[in-house]
Write a protein that binds this ligand. Structure first.
Ligand code: DGY
Length: 429
């Protein structure tokens, strides 16, 4: 297929997955609105329909909880092809049935991107309407995912990280007692090869965490205090730090001085906090289990998001460049979601090795902003090569380019349109 045909196919995937203002990640496997999927999808729509891009974000914020959280899944209708559905989550925090935790807060960054890309200035009104919701969500993150005020954010469930099955969660997940779960039937493995999905032991614990949170009615302070899983995630932390910089830009542009000053405080705190995640021997930022106090021992693709977060000091950048080149010597396509030299690496199992297009996009953006255009371009070229090889798969083998997980995947299509496709190469990082 030519690149122009791929552009057309990508647009068709987005419009086919459109449910009337919001977009599902893929039919069958993920039949609802997912938080960060939707936000990347907005970037894809923005390449041919600005209004539709804004609608995606507005519909996501329609599901915002009273306490400020924007949930990871909005269940606008019941779909028996997905488990666990709304009755298992048992939440009551907002106007739309939803899951009970959040997902990486990319939205402020994309709102800024949409505003910056609109020469007419008309987008500013829509950004202004979203600003209070964004502020409330960011405050929620700081209150309930950083209760010790350290400048780093934890996740209360592997799914909150968006990187569900990462080896970083293994030890913390194993420590979760399996209890209070009913017999259940998974649906994911009827859509996708089980060898590419999490194991049953993982699902038992995913559901046990949900049961524990249900037990405290998803009260956010109580969840932060007692949830059996509470792991600081460099991915969410770096995405949030970046999002705060973009939120600050928006607040200043909109003349919101009080908000701007509040956000400046958040940025300073997060810049200092990130140091907690630095692993002296590995020379990278890694996850930290708040319940056991232990740092994890592997480098994930999120370690490479430090420059995206604006952490571009010489030590961090130099170390990441060295890791980048080392990993490039081990696999054909960058950036594997987990270090291919780590014992837990699996090239085709969900988040234990495969490449994701939207992670590549964010890493490349950070590297380019730090002045490393060559590595940013390598990531763009690899992402384009993966799509040319295997189409718009959910994720790809870093070794063979094999596509895996769901097919006709919205965020892969969106990232192709906004960044990897040669027709948008001028926007490449
Ligand atoms: C799933 O069901 O696998 C989802 O990734 C949860 O977000």
């Amino acid at each position: 297929m030519s690149d122009t045909d791929l552009d057309t196919t990508a647009r068709t995937i987005l419009t086919d997955n459109d449910q009337g203002g919001y977009t599902i990640p893929t039919k069958g496997l993920y039949p609802y609105q997912w938080n960060w999927d939707s936000v990347f999808v907005a970037l894809g729509f923005a390449t041919f329909d600005q209004d539709r891009a804004w609608r995606e974000l507005e519909m996501l914020f329609e599901g915002q909880w009273r306490d400020g959280m924007v949930p990871h899944i909005l269940f606008r209708k019941d779909d028996p092809s997905y488990f666990p559905g709304p009755s298992v989550w048992g939440t009551d925090g907002g106007p739309i049935p939803s899951s009970g935790h959040s997902q990486p807060p990319v939205a402020a960054t994309v709102v800024r991107d949409l505003v910056d890309a609109d020469a007419t200035g008309q987008s500013l009104d829509r950004a202004a309407a979203l600003l209070p919701g964004l502020m409330a969500w960011h405050r929620w993150y700081l209150s309930y995912r950083d209760p010790k005020d350290q400048g780093v954010l934890a996740v209360i469930h592997p799914w909150e990280s968006g990187r569900d099955n990462l080896p970083d969660w293994d030890d913390a997940l194993r420590a979760v007692e399996v209890k209070d779960i009913e017999p259940y039937e998974r649906k994911d493995t009827s859509h996708v090869d089980p060898a590419m999905r999490p194991h049953k032991e993982d699902y038992d614990r995913y559901l046990s965490i949900m049961a524990a949170c249900r037990g405290v009615d998803w009260d956010p302070a109580e969840v932060a205090r007692s949830c059996p899983f509470f792991v600081v995630d460099p991915g969410v932390t770096f995405i949030f730090l970046r999002a705060n910089r973009d939120l600050l830009h928006l607040a200043e542009k909109l003349g919101k001085t009080e908000e701007a000053s509040e956000i400046r405080g958040w940025i300073a705190k997060m810049e200092a906090g990130a140091k907690i995640l630095w692993h002296d021997e590995l020379k990278a930022h890694v996850a930290l289990d708040q319940r056991s106090g232990k740092q994890t021992d592997g480098i994930s693709s999120a370690s490479f998001l430090a420059p995206y977060a604006g952490l571009t000091d010489g030590e961090t950048l130099g170390a990441l460049q060295a890791h980048f080149d080392r990993i490039a010597g081990k696999v054909r396509y960058l950036m594997p979601s987990y270090d291919p030299e780590h014992k837990s690496y699996e090239p085709l199992r969900y988040w234990r090795g495969p490449v994701w297009a939207m992670i590549n996009y964010m890493i490349a953006r950070g590297f380019a902003e730090a002045g490393d255009k060559a590595r940013a371009e390598r990531l763009r070229a690899d992402t384009a090569a993966l799509v040319r090889e295997s189409g718009f798969a959910e994720y790809f083998s870093p070794e063979t380019a094999e596509g895996a997980g769901g097919g006709s995947f919205s965020w892969t299509a969106a990232i192709w349109l906004t960044w990897a496709s040669p027709s948008h190469v001028e926007q490449a990082a």
